[in-house]
Design a protein around this ligand. Sequence first.
Ligand code: DAH
Length: 339
Amino acid sequence: MIDKIKELIAEAEAFTAQSKEEIEAFRIKYLGKKGLLNDYFSEFKNVANDQKKEFGQVINALKKAAEDKVNALREELESKEVVNGVYNDLSRPGAPIHIGARHPISIVKNQIIDIFSNIGFNVSEGPEIEDDWHNFTALNLPEYHPARDMQDTFFIQTNPDILLRTHTSSVQVRYMENNQPPIRTISPGRVYRNEAISARSHCFFHQVEGLYIDKDVSFADLKQTLQYFTTQMFGKSKIRLRPSYFPFTEPSAEIDVYWGLATETDYRITKGTGWLEIGGCGMVDPNVLENCNIDSKAYSGFAFGMGIDRIAMLLHQIGDIRLLSENDVRFLEQFKNAL
Ligand code: DAH
């Protein structure tokens, strides 16, 4: 009987099949309820004691050979089915690939970078965790200066010298400390202010800073540069520089673009005036130049700062600033066709 089982093992190992039905017939023959294996297992009690061990071994080997064969044949058949059924049909549509979208802040930031790089500005960056010197003191805002209150600051509790930058003007200081004129740089980045979150304001948002330092730079250069920018960015060339105050510039101005009053939305966003404020600017205060080791007798320059979130909201008709940081895909997906 043992020899017979050994023959069956060889037979099982040599078995091949082309269809599910053949595999199933093989399985029933060997492993089914009334199959060969069960017959042999019930035979076990009749086997002479001295042969029990070997008998046990061979029927277990037969069981394993049959099971392995069934599994191997099933796998082989399945992979053939995949090849024939799926990959050989080249006319099948491809699996859908989920295409991401650039974030509206990145879209607008890149547009701003493009516009300024066309007139020779490079891009510079600085840390979001700043020290007092770069965010305030060097920008002509010494300790106890009342204008520090213009921006509600997040301080690091254990060290009042360290804070989350309240504006990208801090990058101006870093750039001037490390580079001598001529300087033409823009610095986009995230800034933080301790403000209540609402549809219109957030405790973090994005700015882009501009800085131009050279010999004989004038206010007219500033105005031309801003006008070039608004024309490129919004298609609007009419701008207004409204006198204002910033400690780091003298004179200082608020930048307004004439948006027009063509639609109802124009009325809403400009509060019925047609004018829209997009940022601040001015001629860099000589004190700031000196703080950054630039000779204020030899050089002058202008600077400006604008809110990226505001521009993005304006261009893409986004009604709530919080949408820009919630990362809701239903919102973000809408920018698939943008730049
Ligand atoms: N730092 C100012 C702010 O956050 C914006 C600003 C105004 C930047 C005038 C400048 C500037 O560079 O010259 O409100």
